[in-house]
Write a new protein. Structure first.
Length: 265
């Protein structure tokens, strides 16, 4: 910038300097958001690593029903557990899903078979026994009668899925739902199981080719924070370039504007 340009810049009004201040603050905001996304990335990667470690721990028995009141569900989230009880197969509820990257032979549209397991020591836990292909659902549910013999079930404890604003309501006559939420599922059976655990268990795989197809636990954590960070830092880099171009244009245009005003007078 020449001396003449510097003099022109000093003659510019408050709007000129206010815009520079605004763009500087905007650049600082973009940098702050980029740093925040990098922090979120570190937190998400730590969560993914912790969950991966938990999934490979040996199964543990859950506390007795008398201890459920003071139990934090997060204690067992993504933790392999062992349950002993009887399945109330006549209260099985189908939860719609579309299974991709299946570990077993069946995939595509279908249902999770959510069945209450009456525990040997009292209380009930919904168990996702596995995937039922849509074409096999009618025959499967027709055979779901009575109560099973006492069984030992191993699987992964998971937090309940929450219904969103656009989640359809459950189909009560057909006992079909859209989310695996124990409290919501319990309202579809009569009598509702009580006391009921506020988490559910994904059962481990059974015999190959069996329906329900167990062992299909899906653990996904969206992790786009690095891309978001690059976006914010990119905006932070572009902002001063655009500002410098704008300042150059304003300063170079100032003598012409002054000259034009002088001619008008």
């Amino acid at each position: 910038m020449t001396d003449a340009d510097g003099a022109a810049a000093r003659r510019l009004g408050w709007g000129f300097w206010s815009f520079i201040a605004f763009m500087t603050l905007l650049m600082a905001l973009f940098v702050t958001l980029g740093v925040w996304q990098l922090n979120r990335l570190a937190e998400k990667e730590a969560l993914i690593a912790a969950v991966a470690e938990r999934l490979h721990l040996p199964p543990v028995e859950i506390p007795t029903v008398g201890q459920w009141g003071g139990m934090d569900a997060e204690t067992f989230a993504y933790r392999p557990v062992k349950l002993i009880g009887t399945f109330r197969k006549d209260q099985t509820i189908l939860v719609f899903t579309a299974l991709s990257d299946a570990k077993g032979k069946f995939s595509g549209p279908g249902y999770w078979a959510m069945t209450p397991l009456a525990l040997e020591g009292g209380g009930t836990i919904f168990v996702n026994r596995g995937f039922v292909p849509q074409a096999a659902a009618a025959n499967f549910i027709a055979g779901e009668t009575g109560t099973s013999a006492t069984e030992t079930v191993t699987g992964v404890a998971l937090n309940p899925e929450m219904a969103g604003a656009f989640t359809p309501g459950p189909g009560r006559p057909s006992r079909i739902d859209w989310v695996r939420n124990p409290a919501r599922l319990a309202a579809l059976v009569s009598p509702p199981p009580s006391p009921l655990a506020d988490y559910f268990v994904d059962a481990d795989a059974g015999e190959p080719g069996a329906i329900p197809q167990g062992g299909e636990t899906v653990v996904e954590f969206p992790n786009n924070h690095l891309g978001y960070a690059f976006t914010w830092f990119g905006f932070a880099m572009i902002t001063p370039v655009l500002l410098a171009f704008w300042v150059f244009r304003q300063v170079r245009q100032q003598p012409k504007n002054i000259a034009a005003r002088g001619l008008n007078h």
